[in-house]
Write a protein that binds this ligand. Structure first.
Ligand code: ADP
Ligand code: MG
Length: 701
């Protein structure tokens, strides 16, 4: 079958609606999608009926409001289309407009960060008409999924989508003001577009089941590096292994059916690491798609006897996984505001937009960093091959040159143009070079007509980063529009404003090696924030600056920010303690008994060899026994210390204190236990070692 025959077949798309809805209802739905407003209850009934009939034809038995609570994963509760049987025992199938538009799940078991006392449980889901409904084919049945937001009884957002939608509206309103200044009268809306490149690891399911750390935490908490890692760079873009290839083919089919335009697939740098990226789309839909992609990856992998690990750092010593959040902003008429054109030096609107983004990123670097904080990302940000936790912008040589001219002279007179590359082989084409090279180490890089925000964790929901990005840029646009709307000479005042923005904020631009030690020192000299951990980044959510920003644009209330900060602390503490308890379990029940058996084996050998042949040397056995026993003692002491550290955590009830305690005390205690066990792994007999090793996991898929 051709891709085009089944692409999007499980989506209740505009085309399907046009076909199945009376034209007035279709127009009403389109109008609300484009311009906001409410759809009438009569129309909602019509849409619901059409949606249900379409889904039932695809085999659907249930529907669900599909939403994004603050757990980072999506939630669904299935309700069948059945109505109560009549006197003859016959049922009819039904989905009403009311059921489509609103739901009322019990909110008390989702994270609320103190917004709701558990005995007040009411929460509402409400239809997000801007994101298409779809059916999901799962083992439990085919389910009609209706994307919704999730809010509390008192109207606060309890999800990732509500603030995202609010931030998109804020950005649109402010960007339109900028466009009007430059004479655009036709655009009605400005929409952020996002393409998220998703990295992941694939391991064998049977081996996975032998590792409690992978099962409970999604990463290895113990493990010595395999003799071979990623040093030969032969995995990156290498030929995809058959078993993984079958998984990828199946994954693509599933994603395409749901209208997710997965397009790029390749092997990533670390052994067993891979990537999938879609064609970019409207921010809100891209977020839905990324959540669905992660979920589908896990499900499809299981079908192939594999497990997909989305954790940011499943294996120490090799690259971790991130998500590159490619972001741009375009008008509803198709103009990308981040397109510099061939001569950015005289594209005043572009320069203003660029300078606003630079200002926004510099001023709110702490918030951007916070938006990428998740427990797993603590293992990755700042480590090898990942961006540092310091936010900086890479512009590339062409824009860098333009920026420098403006900073120095108040305007840019010239522009570096792209060159051609000659390979020296007459039969090969001349290559038109891009205007700028890439910088792999930059956390926020301009790549032609978009910014690529690379700090996001692979398992994280991309809504948070985009909410922050949209809002901080809306603020900078708003400030620019406030000034320029009063101007009598826009070209003159706009370039002045560009120069001012750049002079004040170009400290955030860095084109060098973001992985180097020198950069960390240089960033400190420039006064850029370096928030190396999740707990250190949480306070940025509730600063006066943040409360003002999000309040001004109606994205988060102070109470919502407070609740999110609570949830972040709570999540950090909970996940860290799960990891710590898993380590205790594995050390006490798997590793230490195995090591004791090995010691006994060595002791037996010493005795038996001596008895059999008093002249034979038992030096090796004795040395091994001594070394193993010493490490065993160290492991056992570290295990006790970790147990105590966990016990002490039970006595804390302030989540911030608990999270900081976990970071400062529990995490180091975990490292102290890992170290001797990893060293023992290199000594103890393979046949006694109780779990698959790194080599088994990443090279035997
Ligand atoms: P790169 O090689 O720079 O990473 P790609 O063209 O491979 O860029 O794109 C990577 C991701 O960026 C893809 O998901 C792609 O759809 C997305 N992307 C491309 N152009 C844009 C854009 N203008 N806005 C948002 N995302 C984009
Ligand atoms: Mg990329």
């Amino acid at each position: 079958m051709k891709i085009s025959d089944y692409f999007g077949e499980n989506v209740f798309s505009k085309a399907v609606m046009q076909e199945r809805l009376p034209s007035e209802v279709f127009d009403e739905v389109c109008s609300v999608m484009e311009h906001g407003g409410q759809i009438s209850m009569e129309s909602a009934d019509v849409v619901a009926k059409a949606m249900m009939e379409w889904a039932v034809e695809k085999g659907a038995t249930h529907y669900t409001h599909w939403f994004m609570p603050l757990t980072g994963v999506t939630a669904e509760k299935h309700d069948s289309f059945l109505s109560a049987p009549d006197a003859q025992g016959k049922v009819i199938l039904k989905l009403t407009g009311k059921q489509l538009i609103m739901g009322e799940p019990d909110a008390s078991s989702f994270p609320t960060g103190g917004l709701r006392a558990t005995h007040y449980a009411r929460g509402y889901t409400a239809w997000d008409i801007t994101s298409p409904a779809f059916v999901k084919e799962m083992a439990c049945g085919t389910i009609l999924c209706i994307p919704t937001v999730f809010i509390s009884y008192t109207g606060e957002a309890l999800d990732n989508k509500t603030p995202l939608l609010r931030s998109m509206e804020a950005l649109s309103q402010q960007a339109i003001r900028i466009l009007r200044l430059f004479g655009d009268r036709t655009a009605k809306k400005v929409i952020p577009s996002v393409g998220a490149e998703q990295e992941y690891f694939i391991v064998d399911h049977d081996k996975y089941l032998q590792r409690r750390d992978l099962i409970y935490t999604g990463r290895t908490l113990f493990g010595s590096p395999a003799p071979k890692g990623q040093e030969l760079e032969d995995q990156y873009f290498g030929v995809i292994r058959e078993r993984v290839g079958e998984f990828m083919a199946d994954l693509n089919r599933e994603l395409w059916k749901m209208g997710i335009p997965a397009t790029t697939q390749h092997n990533e740098v670390a052994p067993a690491q891979h990537e999938s990226a879609p064609i970019y789309t409207t921010c809100n839909i891209a977020v839905d798609h990324n959540q669905l992609t992660m979920e589908t990856m896990k499900r499809v992998a299981n079908r192939h006897g594999l497990v997909c690990l989305l954790h940011e750092k499943p294996f120490a010593g090799v690259n971790g996984s991130g998500k590159h959040n490619n972001w741009s902003i375009s008008t509803d008429t198709g103009e990308n505001l981040l397109d510099p054109g061939t001569t950015p030096s005289d594209n005043l609107q572009f320069l203003l937009v660029l300078s606003c983004i630079i200002k926004a990123v510099d001023r709110h670097a702490d918030l951007l960093r916070m938006s990428t904080a998740c427990v797993g990302n603590d293992q990755r940000l700042g480590a090898d091959e990942a961006p540092t936790a310091i936010v900086s912008i890479f512009l590339g040589s062409q824009l860098q040159d333009v920026v420098e001219q403006i900073v120095e002279n108040g305007a840019a007179a010239k522009c570096l143009s792209a060159e051609q590359l000659d390979t020296g082989v007459s039969t090969l084409p001349l290559i038109n070079k891009d205007a700028a090279d890439r910088n792999r180490t930059s956390p926020f890089a301009f790549t032609g007509n978009k910014f690529e925000f690379r700090m996001v964790g692979s398992s994280d929901c991309i809504a948070n980063s985009n909410t922050v990005l949209n809002t901080i840029v809306a603020e900078a646009f708003c400030e620019a529009a406030d000034v320029l709307e009063k101007s009598s000479d826009i070209p003159r005042d706009a370039i002045r404003l560009v120069a001012e923005n750049l002079r004040r904020h170009s400290r955030v631009i860095f084109n060098g090696n973001g992985y180097s030690e020198e950069w960390i020192a240089e960033a400190a000299r420039r006064g850029l924030p370096n928030l190396p951990s999740m707990v250190s980044s949480v306070p940025s959510l509730t600063t006066e600056k943040a409360v003002d920003l999000f309040g001004k644009f109606g994205v988060f209330t102070a109470a919502e920010l407070e609740s999110r900060s609570e949830i972040m602390y709570e999540t950090f503490a909970k996940v860290t303690l799960i990891e710590a308890r898993t380590m205790v379990h594995m050390a006490a029940k798997h590793y230490i008994p195995a090591i004791v058996r090995y010691c006994t084996r060595l002791g037996d050998s010493v005795c038996k060899v001596r008895a059999a042949c008093p002249k034979a040397s038992v030096r090796v056995q004795e040395a091994l026994l001594e070394q193993t026993s010493a490490l065993l003692t160290a492991a056992s002491d570290a295990l006790e210390a970790l147990r105590e550290a966990i016990d002490r955590s039970n006595r804390m009830d302030c989540v911030k204190e608990l999270a900081n305690y976990c970071h400062d005390t529990v995490v180091p205690a975990m490292k102290a236990l890992r170290d001797p066990v990893d060293r023992l792994e290199m000594i103890v007999d393979k046949d006694l070692w109780p779990v698959p090793t790194y080599g088994d996991l990443v090279f035997e898929v």
